[in-house]
Design a protein around this ligand. Structure first.
Ligand code: GLO
Ligand code: MG
Length: 343
């Protein structure tokens, strides 16, 4: 029995298209996905604004809220919660140069419109969290934008969201690059600094994705620990990554098992989940997988996370203390390796 509640987004089951080739699997309808998520043991669903309300750009605010209420009824039917809503600020023609930090004023206003509607959708779905994955907030040509101005625009956009809804909480999902070359907010340290510069730092926190930390050359467990020390880790996207290359979103723990162990360990030791936080997965199945394997990566990631929980329950803190007192870190390290490798 896991001590955590787990969440997943509908985009985590996808058709397999990548930058170099088309889809390899059929689309699975939304309701079928969430039914399967429930059967697999997930407790909550992560949403993009247009996962909940497709075609929202062509709808009025009332129509959007009406559609979102239908999705809430679907969640209730399967006894699932909504964890967060994230405005998708990277697909539209208005977000070619970014959203909140686009050089076009009109496009910055479009981004605000999507952010406000995301808050409306979150309210209709019964959740109080917005995720900002700042996909295109940064540069692909360094001289095209001022790093000072874009940082200020980002803070201003968050302030406007905080003003729009006095209860909403914002989680910044940091990522150093991809699709941009240089992101405005690459690490949780940056997210915490942005938070402290807003009008209500108590409502601006972070979401750590394992792969994104690795892309920044950082240890995800340390990023988690840093944000938890600030009381500002409100979400995670556990997954894995083989080195500093494109964002792979591999199943949790399949490349870096000890790092995965330490991510779960820092979450467990510091009471993650006590305020209703979910352990979110953000994983992609391999493109080679056939249709009936569309959910394998989720099953595997959940299984690995739960097996690591069991390992951590067995962690001998007395022995660790002894090793630390004797400054015998070689023995401590071998103890961890044996814990992970023995059945
Ligand atoms: C991509 C991100 C992406 C976000 C999702 C929610 O690198 O990890 O999957 O998590 O869009 O904002
Ligand atoms: Mg993510």
């Amino acid at each position: 029995m896991s001590r955590f509640k787990y969440s997943v987004g509908p985009w985590n089951v996808h058709e397999g298209a990548d930058a170099y080739g088309p889809a390899t699997r059929e689309t699975i309808p939304f309701e079928e996905k969430i039914k399967s998520f429930k059967q697999m043991g997930f407790d909550a669903i992560q949403f993009h604004d247009d996962d909940a309300v497709p075609d929202m750009n062509n709808m009025t605010q009332d129509e959007i809220i009406g559609e979102a209420k239908k999705v809430k009824a679907l969640l209730d039917k399967y006894d699932l919660k909504a964890e967060f809503v994230a405005p998708r600020l990277w697909m539209d023609k208005h977000t070619i140069d970014g959203g909140f930090t686009s050089n076009s004023k009109e496009d910055r206003e479009f981004a605000m419109w999507r952010a406000f509607r995301s808050i409306d959708i979150a309210n209709a779905l019964g959740c109080d969290k917005i995720v900002l994955w700042l996909a295109r907030e940064g540069t692909i040509c360094y001289e095209s934008k001022s790093p000072v101005q874009t940082t200020k625009w980002l803070i201003e956009a968050i302030n406007r969201m905080l003003e729009y809804d006095k209860k909403i909480k914002i989680m910044i999902e940091t990522k150093p690059n991809e699709p941009v070359d240089r992101s405005v907010c690459p690490t949780l340290g940056h997210a915490m600094a942005i938070s402290s510069a807003t009008i209500d730092p108590s409502r601006v926190g972070g979401l750590l994705e394992s792969a994104h930390a690795m892309l920044a050359g950082l240890d995800p467990a340390s990023e988690i620990g840093f944000a938890m020390a600030m009381g500002k880790l409100w979400g995670v996207h556990l997954n894995d990554q083989n080195g500093m290359k494109f964002d792979q979103d591999k199943s949790f723990g399949v490349e870096n098992l000890r790092t995965a162990f330490n991510q779960m360990k820092v979450l467990m030791e510091n009471g993650f989940g006590k305020n209703g936080e979910y352990i979110g997965l953000d994983v992609k199945v391999m493109r080679t997988q056939k249709q009936d394997g569309s959910y394998k990566h989720l099953e595997n990631s959940l299984k690995i996370a739960k097996m690591l929980e069991e390992k951590i329950m067995k962690f001998d803190y007395e022995f660790q203390k002894k090793c630390v007192e004797e400054r015998d870190y070689e023995t401590l390290e071998m103890y961890v390796m044996e814990l992970l490798m023995k059945g």
